[in-house]
Ligand binder design. Structure first.
Ligand SMILES: Cc1cc2nc3c(=O)[nH]c(=O)nc-3n(C[C@H](O)[C@H](O)[C@H](O)COP(=O)(O)O)c2cc1C
Length: 201
């Protein structure tokens, strides 16, 4: 499947075959493709929580307004991010660079993030969001459907998965075999509203 087809065919599917099981190699393939997504400074803030335990899935579903995707999708990935990843052995993010470049990057990254919690968080969220899309497009190619989700109680889910204090949950991605097609597409904005040429009027 080419990329345009995957983009066109991906829809937020809500109903999944609860009996379908995804193989471990498929799960690894999907996650390894998602991990090729770009991240700010190559920090790879993402920590993908793959929820396998059916009882935990039920508890998470209860914290997600009962949305069936949480229990019925073959794969539920909670996209979490380590907000402090930029400080954790950062030299490894620049592996392959020569020592001078590495030093420059480390200094520049520190200056970029130090004292700017909003930016630390924004970049972690951006990196996870791009990975989520990568995961959904990869799923499409493997013959699966998906649903991005943030309709849940973030604090409750954090407790259920023992989310570390310096991590956040960004969203869920549910992936599985559709049991019913997505609803017809909602209204799409026209280019004239969504695209700004050069500057706002
Ligand atoms: C950040 C985010 C959160 C979302 N949360 C939910 C959700 O909790 N439940 C759900 O069914 N769909 C959720 N969606 C899916 C959107 O409703 C869907 O993408 C949108 O209506 C457009 O439909 P399409 O993806 O099929 O084109 C979410 C999408 C995004 C990007």
């Amino acid at each position: 499947m080419n990329v345009s087809k995957a983009i066109e065919q991906r829809r937020a599917v809500k109903a999944y075959d609860p009996d379908h099981r995804m193989s471990e190699p498929e799960i690894e393939r999907l996650l390894s493709l998602a991990m090729l997504a770009p991240t700010a400074w190559n920090i790879q803030h993402w920590r993908f929580v793959v929820v396998r335990d059916p009882e935990l899935r039920q508890q998470i579903r209860a914290a997600a307004w009962g949305q069936a995707q949480v229990t019925d999708a073959s794969l539920l990935v909670i996209m979490t991010a380590d907000l402090q990843a930029w400080k954790k052995e950062p030299a490894r993010y620049f592996e392959g660079a020569d020592d001078k470049t590495k030093d420059w990057l480390l200094t520049a990254m520190n200056q970029f993030y130090e004292g700017r919690e909003w930016l630390q968080r924004d970049d972690a969220v951006k990196s996870c969001a791009i990975a989520a899309m990568t995961l959904m497009l990869a799923a499409q190619e493997l013959g699966y459907d998906s649903c991005p989700m943030d309709g849940f109680d973030f604090d409750a889910v954090g407790k259920l998965i023992n989310l570390p204090k310096d991590h956040i949950i960004t969203m869920f991605v549910a992936i599985g075999k559709a049991a019913a097609p997505a609803r017809p597409r909602g209204g799409k904005l026209g280019m004239s509203e969504a695209v700004v040429r050069d500057r706002f009027a």
